[in-house]
Design a protein around this ligand. Structure first.
Ligand SMILES: *Cc1c(COP(=O)(O)O)cnc(C)c1O
Length: 417
């Protein structure tokens, strides 16, 4: 870092400030996490300098013998972690991983059935502003308004009616277990390829805390930086039958040279995810989410689907006459970052919304436990009872800072590792 301080103080200071911000706030954004120093060391390494178009031992450039070691390790470890027949770890992001999976089994113009963003799905599952809605004929399913659970009957009816080439299962804001077996059954019935996007829950799947999509899906996509706690990036798993097509779709169709420093960091992340310590961590993520949900309910908040099975909670603020935008801004002033989030059938616009999404992966990495979750629920209630009151925000911020200062970004648990 001293090199950077001397040569580029602007960026050195920005990074130092960002580190302080991460330490001083209570990160509840469900898609974020804190990668280990080992992951960050691989990410900030000379592997960045290497062009390695192609796959290990089949490269278009010389001098790839050591980046091959890193990519082979990533492939072997991710295969062991999820039990997949084939993997590609070169996708630069979750969005690119989805693009690769879709084009591995379909061409532009094909019909794609995915979960609506407004109901907890992702932009890349068929939203009009995304490539997935621009290049494919998108049909969207959602959740039932009674209980906030995926409307499997609606999804199946749409699948039979539209006979999509691709069915996408997976979500960004869905607090419940997803029945991948049921998705697999309808995909086989209508002759669709099932793509499961496990970006949010990959860590839980790796730890055996959410049923694995691998036995049911043709392709499984994921990010590496959410519950999996690695570098920002993506990967795709698939059956042998799709392997060649997938690899050719990632490169040369969609991407150029792979980010070998990111792939080295993915290998480190997958190695960490194979440890008992990681499995214990995921268990605490889920315990903390349950505790947070229960405490928020005790403070009178409505939760979409009434609770959580995974790492996140979706809070419906409609009855409090509060928008997600106002809540997000008020909590930000108290140093509690969350994101505004649409609730099912939300009357508000996407940049306003009627809900917030909170998740426990990041704070659990810092060593926060069930006791702290109760404190946090209390702080959220105090702030959102008086969202415009700066005195309340300041008082909560002082308590937040005191607790936050006691926890590192990445808490190692030597006893568990
Ligand atoms: C985060 C997410 C993505 C996109 O990942 P990026 O790395 O931001 O492109 C895709 N699908 C789901 C379900 C996600 O939650």
């Amino acid at each position: 870092m001293s090199e950077l301080r001397d040569r580029d103080p602007v960026i050195f200071d920005a990074i130092a400030s960002e580190r302080r911000r991460q330490l001083a706030t209570l990160e509840l954004i469900a898609s974020e996490n804190f990668a280990s120093d080992a992951v960050l060391e691989a990410l900030g390494s000379v592997m960045n300098n290497k062009y390695a178009e192609g796959l290990p031992r089949k490269r278009y450039y010389g001098g790839c013998e050591f980046v091959d070691v890193a990519e082979d390790a990533a492939l072997e470890r991710v295969g062991r972690l999820f039990g997949a027949e084939h993997a590609n770890v070169q996708a630069h992001s979750g969005a690119t991983a989805n693009m690769a999976a879709y084009f591995a089994v379909a061409d532009a113009g094909a019909t794609l059935l995915g979960m609506s963003l407004a109901h907890g799905g992702h932009l890349t599952h068929g939203h009009a502003v995304s490539f997935s809605g621009r290049l494919f004929k998108a049909v969207q399913y959602g959740v039932r308004s009674e209980d906030g659970r995926i409307d499997y009957e609606q999804m199946e009816a749409l699948a039979r009616e539209h006979r999509p080439r691709i069915i996408v299962a997976g979500a960004s804001a869905y607090p419940r277990v997803i029945d991948f077996e049921r998705f697999g059954r309808i995909a086989r019935e209508v002759g669709a390829a099932l793509v499961v996007d496990m970006a949010h829950i990959a860590g839980l799947v790796a730890a055996g805390l959410h049923p694995s999509p691998v036995p049911h899906a043709d392709l499984v996509t994921s990010t590496t930086h959410k519950t999996l706690r690695g570098p920002r990036g993506g990967f795709v798993l698939c059956r042998k039958a799709h392997a060649e097509k997938l690899d050719k779709t990632v490169f040369p169709m969609l991407q150029g040279g792979p980010l070998m420093h990111a792939i080295a960091a993915k290998a480190v992340c997958f190695g960490e995810a194979l440890t008992d310590g990681f499995r214990a961590y995921q268990g605490r993520v889920v315990d903390n989410a349950r505790a947070l949900a229960a405490s928020l309910e005790q403070h009178g908040f409505d939760l979409v689907s009434g609770g959580t099975d995974n790492h996140l909670v979706l809070v419906d603020l409609t009855r409090r006459s509060l928008t997600g935008k106002v809540a997000e801004e008020a909590l930000h002033r108290a140093r509690i970052p969350v994101n505004k989030n649409a609730v099912p059938n939300d009357p508000q616009k996407p940049w306003v919304t009627s809900g917030i999404r909170v998740g426990t992966p990041a704070l659990t990495t810092r060593g926060f436990g069930v006791e702290e979750m109760r404190l946090i629920a209390g702080w959220i209630a105090r702030v959102l009872d008086r969202p415009d009151d700066t005195d309340t925000a300041r008082a909560v911020e002082r308590e937040v800072s005191e607790v936050a200062s006691k926890f590192p970004l990445f808490a190692w648990e030597p006893a568990l590792r």
